[in-house]
Structure formats: structure tokens, C-alpha cells
Design a protein. Structure first.
Length: 397
């Protein structure tokens, strides 16, 4: 009986998923220039390069190439490479190079008559190790300096958008271990499946005045123009908490969860729209984020009391005041939502969507309504984007 009960629901779910996929293909299939926003040199936090391909691609022969196949799999965690573990021991314990796994592996190859790391003798290997010591000393004194040549660190972009180190293991290891937070890199090649997803994003932008909704965190997408800018910086400047649980209501593609996770928050993204949730999940996977992504109507998701330190509600609550039934549910949800602070952006009262709405508050009226129906008791205006105010609504402790 249970099988009969759940099979129709499963078929329905797969059918809706198939229809959504076809719809996206039709909507986002126009020809686009996938290299339109590319740069010769990118700057990245070394901590964001977490993996490496087991076998790199030639940096000149494969420059700017789109490559199908399984070249991006399997990959390995960078910190598991003997290059990283050996340099780590050298920096932290001053162990002799000859005692490191890297040295021992290369020496064995040399003894077999193979050229490795540009070395064919143990004397050459010792000189290479000295060059790494000099590199470490230079980075400690001067930070990371761009090479201004073909010898920059290079990465590849895998099928899911994962950034994979291609060339420059020693410099990346040094940068990570010396806690350098920004280094220059170049992109060598991209997987064909990643390019297909990138085309969907560029098509979305083309259909929306050349812009996406909010900035994109991924290295290969970060220069695509966005409609909303600066809201995170306004909010960050007024945060009274340095960590905890964060909820983003109507998160679109998950931008705020990306940023708050970087600050150390345990984040939850709630998004109901099918297309938005598709992009949200893909972008989350491409950047290796861990926040929870939930496809749901927030009025259904918050059906019992839940606690959060920070709630983000930007240009979303006006959807809940347009008819009487939803308005009533919204009031109940505010009462169940326990939080320390909320960041709220008001809507434009004269927007066409609000014509004939059950309620159509001004920004200050909306804030008063939230305070009246929630655990929050204070507020202040902290910024503005266009004609929409951004408020911090909080609970005095």
C-alpha cells in the first residue's frame, strides 16, 4: 500500500522536474559569448582552491579551451598532496627537506632514471628545495607577488564549477600556509558542462537588462553585472553578532548565504521559485558551500517555532500582505520566528504589484507591524538602495 501511495507522487515530482528542465532549455538557449566577462588575471583567496586535478593540463596548449570528458575526475584534496604536507612540515617544524615525503618521492624517481620536478640528480633536487625556502622567505617578507608571466598559478574549472589547481602547487602551498588571503591566478580550461551552465546564467542576464539579480561569488562568474549591489556591506557594518544561525527568506540564488557562511554563520536559504532554486543549488555546489538550501514557501516552512540569530528579509515581505489569507498566515509566522535581529528592506508602495493589495504599508509602517507581531522591539534605518530603505530591526538584550 505504501508503494502505491508514494509512486504517483514520485512520478509527479519527476514530471515537474522534466518540464522545468525543458523550460530552462528553451528560455536560456540563445547564443552568448561565454568569455565576455573573462579577465587575464583573477585574484582569489587561496583557501578557495581546495582541490587539484591528479594530472594537470598543459597551460599553453589548453589555454581558454572548453573540454568535455572526465579530465576533471577524480580530483584530490590539495592538503593531501605531499607537496603541501612537506612544505607544512618545513615551515612549522624546520624539518630537513630530505626527511619530507616530497623529497623522498622525487629522489626515488631520480634513482629510477626519471626526470622529476626538473631534476635528474640529487644535487639538482637539493637546489630546488633551496629555491622553495627562498620562496617562503620572500612571501613572509613581501607577501605574494604576481609573476607577470605565464608562470602564474593556474586553475581549471570542473563540470560542477569546482576550482581545481592545475599548475603552481608549491606557491599555492606556501600562500595557504603563510595565511596570505589574496593571490593572482589564471584560468586554463573549463569543462563543457560548466560552460553549459554558464551560458544559462548569461542568458538569464541577457533577458534581464544584462544583469543577474545579485553578485555571484564564483570566480568565473563574479564580473557579470548585478542589479543589487552593496546591501551585504550595509548589513555587515551593523551586525551585532559574529556568528550563529542565519535565515535568508526569499534567497533567490543564495548570495547572502554565501557571504554569511564566509563570516562563519550556519545559514539556511529558503526559496520557492523553481528556476531560482535550480541556480541556487548549482551555485552552492560550484563554490563548495555547506548552507542548507530549502525549496519551500516560507509560510509553510516556518510552521513551528524556530530560532535564528539573524534573519534576512529583503524586498520579500510585501508578497505576504497582498491578500487577507496570506496576511493572516504571515502574522502567525512572525510570532513563531525567534530571532535577535532582522534586516528588512521595504517595497515601493506605488509598484504595480501592490495595486489593490490587502495591505500596502510604508517602510516605517511595515517596521511597526513587524515589531508589533514579533519578538523584536527596536529598529533603525541603516541604508537605502534606490528608493527602498533598509532597516535593522532588533531585540534589546
Amino acid at each position: 500500500m505504501l508503494i502505491k501511495k508514494f509512486i504517483p507522487a514520485l512520478i509527479k515530482s519527476k514530471w515537474h522536474g522534466f518540464k522545468a528542465k525543458v523550460k530552462r532549455f528553451v528560455k536560456y538557449r540563445n547564443p552568448v559569448d561565454v568569455f565576455k566577462y573573462d579577465k587575464n588575471l583573477y585574484w582569489i583567496d587561496p583557501r578557495d582552491i581546495k582541490n587539484a586535478t591528479k594530472k594537470g593540463l598543459h597551460i599553453i596548449d589548453n589555454e581558454n579551451k572548453i573540454i568535455a570528458g572526465d579530465w576533471d575526475k577524480p580530483y584530490i584534496a590539495f592538503t593531501q598532496l605531499d607537496v603541501y604536507t612537506s612544505i607544512k612540515k618545513r615551515i612549522e617544524t624546520k624539518i630537513s627537506w630530505r626527511e619530507t615525503p616530497l623529497y623522498q618521492r622525487i629522489l626515488q624517481e631520480i634513482k629510477k632514471g626519471n626526470s622529476k620536478w626538473g631534476c635528474t640528480t640529487q644535487e639538482q633536487l637539493d637546489k630546488r628545495c633551496i629555491s622553495i625556502d627562498l620562496l617562503i622567505s620572500d612571501m613572509q617578507e613581501n607577501g605574494y607577488r604576481a609573476q607577470n608571466s605565464k608562470d602564474e598559478i593556474t586553475v581549471n574549472i570542473g563540470r560542477d564549477g569546482i576550482i581545481l589547481l592545475n599548475h603552481g602547487r608549491h606557491r599555492l602551498a606556501c600562500a595557504k600556509l603563510l595565511d596570505i588571503r589574496e593571490i593572482p591566478i589564471k584560468i586554463t580550461a573549463r569543462h563543457q558542462k560548466w560552460i553549459e551552465f554558464k551560458k544559462e546564467i548569461l542568458n538569464y542576464a541577457m533577458l534581464n537588462q544584462g544583469m543577474v539579480y545579485a553578485p555571484l561569488a564564483h570566480l568565473d562568474l563574479q564580473d557579470i553585472p548585478s542589479r543589487h549591489k552593496g546591501r551585504f556591506e550595509i548589513i555587515k557594518a551593523h551586525l551585532a553578532v559574529s556568528g550563529g544561525k542565519m535565515l535568508d527568506i526569499g534567497s533567490h540564488w543564495g548570495y547572502f548565504c554565501h557571504r554569511f557562511e564566509d563570516l562563519g554563520f550556519d545559514c539556511t536559504a529558503i526559496e520557492q521559485n523553481q528556476d531560482c532554486f535550480y541556480f541556487l543549488e548549482k551555485l552552492k555546489k560550484s563554490t563548495g558551500k555547506n548552507f542548507k538550501a530549502i525549496k519551500a514557501n516560507v509560510l509553510e516552512f516556518l510552521n513551528e517555532q524556530q530560532d535564528f540569530d539573524v534573519v534576512i528579509a529583503l524586498s520579500i515581505f510585501h508578497w505576504f500582505i497582498r491578500d487577507k489569507e496570506t496576511f493572516s498566515k504571515f502574522k502567525k509566522i512572525l510570532a513563531k520566528l525567534k530571532m535577535r535581529e532582522m534586516y528588512f528592506q521595504s517595497h515601493s508602495q506605488d509598484h504595480s504589484l501592490m495595486q489593490g493589495a490587502y495591505r500596502n504599508f510604508s517602510g516605517e509602517e511595515f517596521v511597526a507591524f513587524i515589531i508589533e507581531n514579533s519578538c523584536l522591539d527596536s529598529f533603525k534605518l541603516i541604508g537605502q538602495e534606490g528608493n527602498r530603505n533598509i532597516f535593522k530591526i532588533y531585540r534589546r538584550i
